[in-house]
Design a protein around this ligand. Structure first.
Ligand SMILES: [Zn+2]
Length: 453
């Protein structure tokens, strides 16, 4: 090939490249603006996600404004900094443009308005200004919080106790329930014929670990995020942690610990104290996590009625929230808090469902050994541990007093007994209240009965 022919080919190739760039850069497809609407704005600022994509030349810029009857208020705008000249700067095919709209701060009036988002791409169209897309989404502005009224309820409760409140909300309410510190428990409608449609209730735990100055608030929040709250006048009585010292007997360490290691999948190191420590911490934590998972769901209707039954002819061996220290000889080797009751009767005694409910767990569970968990509805569960045999199956609806297994000493147990616990919304509460017919009547049943009128 001659020199001039070679130059001609190079020129041709360059011209082709320029033409290719020109054609791709002159693409006529405008960017796509993704913003979900309609948007309800309340008294608090609301975050709105905006996604802009442009498969061709890439996203150049966006502008957002609120358009209302009185005019237009610019909200945000940004040039993403891509270059219209290829190779001079990266161009992104997708950009996020998060907005925060504070209707109050913008001086918007109650009523309707629009959010307008316009975006341009890096195309050479429109004299290199790019293709443009304009999207409008309806805004509704409402600063009024929902109506919320709290019925008179109980004035006194105990740490580790259970509490029920009845309240009414207006029909614009989307989320309602009780805040206990940083925990939120959603409420439920009060079911029944002729019950006002506005009526709600919430049954929730006061955990043993609540801080002394915990804030309890009944809240109702509407679709615009407007929030109404009422603070119930309730006194929470403190409650001690009884101390219990447990000396681990030689036979427990030499026989029970290796067995328990096998049952819980802990490698037995030959050092029973270290193995016990691992079972009492790591395995205990795993078991508690499993219990939270199992008790996360509950029927919205009560299966239970009246008081819960305490194990028949049983002696209380240890009660709720004991702070346990475990000793080998004089040395403290471990500790735990006992969130249940230990009830002892004859070895292999029948274990009965404490109230009507649906069996949701029936198998071995680490330190709890043979374990049954029953859902009684409204967030209430009972747990039965250390069983030697289980006769109930998951899915069974059991009546109060129906046998679900036999007592034993499986799991972390030094002798034949039943470990009995009650959880409300996944939090351990003191069973004493639920065993007491008068308490159940006054703190649950009569409040719900009154709520139906
Ligand atoms: Zn126990």
């Amino acid at each position: 090939m001659t020199r001039s022919a070679f130059g001609g080919v190079v020129l041709l190739l360059m011209a082709a490249a320029v033409a290719a760039v020109f054609f791709t850069r002159c693409e006529g497809t405008p960017p796509v603006v993704g913003v979900a609407g309609p948007i309800a704005l309340g008294a608090a600022a609301r975050d709105v996600a905006v996604e802009i994509t442009d498969a061709g030349a890439g996203v150049r810029s966006f502008e957002a404004a609120v358009v209302h009857a009185g005019g237009e208020i610019p909200l945000a705008g940004r040039d993403f900094g891509g270059s219209v000249i290829p190779f001079l700067g990266a161009s992104a095919k997708q950009q996020s443009a998060p907005l925060s709209i504070d209707a109050k701060a913008l001086g918007l009036a109650q009523g309707e308005a629009k959010l307008r988002v316009s975006a341009r791409d890096l195309s050479w169209r429109d004299w290199t200004r790019g293709n443009q897309t304009v999207v409008e989404v309806p805004l509704s502005i409402d600063f009024r919080p929902p109506m919320l009224s709290l019925a008179p309820g109980i004035k006194y409760a105990k740490r580790a106790g259970s509490v029920l409140f009845v309240y009414d909300v207006s029909d614009d309410t989307e989320v309602h329930g009780v805040e206990v510190g940083d925990r939120f428990y959603p409420g439920l409608p009060v079911a029944g014929e002729g019950v006002p449609a506005s009526r709600r209730f919430v049954l929730f735990p006061l955990s043993q670990e609540l801080p002394a100055d915990v804030k309890i608030r009944i809240v109702a929040i509407d679709g615009a995020g407007n929030r109404a709250e009422r603070t119930p006048q309730i006194n929470i009585k403190d409650r001690a942690y009884p101390e219990e010292k447990i000396v681990l007997p030689e036979r427990f360490l030499s026989e029970k610990v290796p067995d328990l290691a096998g049952a819980t999948g802990v490698a037995f190191s030959g050092d029973p104290v270290a193995t016990f420590q691992e079972i009492n911490t790591r395995i205990r934590q795993e078991n508690e996590a499993k219990i939270r998972e199992v008790t996360a769901e509950s029927a919205n209707e009560p299966y239970f009625s009246g008081a819960f039954q305490q194990m028949k002819d049983s002696q209380v061996r240890s009660s709720f929230a004991e702070r346990r220290s475990y000793f080998v000889a004089d040395a403290k080797v471990s500790e735990s808090i006992h969130y249940g009751y230990d009830l002892a009767s004859l070895a292999g005694a029948p274990i009965q469902a404490s109230n009507r409910g649906k069996v949701v767990f029936a198998e071995e569970l680490g330190i709890y050994g043979g374990c049954v968990i029953i859902d009684h509805g409204l967030g209430l569960h009972t747990l039965y541990g250390h069983l030697s045999s289980i006769s109930a199956q998951v899915g069974d609806v059991v009546e109060q007093g129906q046998e679900i297994g036999r007592s034993g000493q499986t799991g972390l147990a030094g002798g034949d007994h039943l470990h009995f616990a009650i959880l409300l919304r996944g939090v351990y509460v003191d069973p004493v209240e639920w065993w007491d017919a008068k308490w159940v009547r006054e703190h649950v049943e009569s409040l719900l009965a009154a709520a139906k009128q």
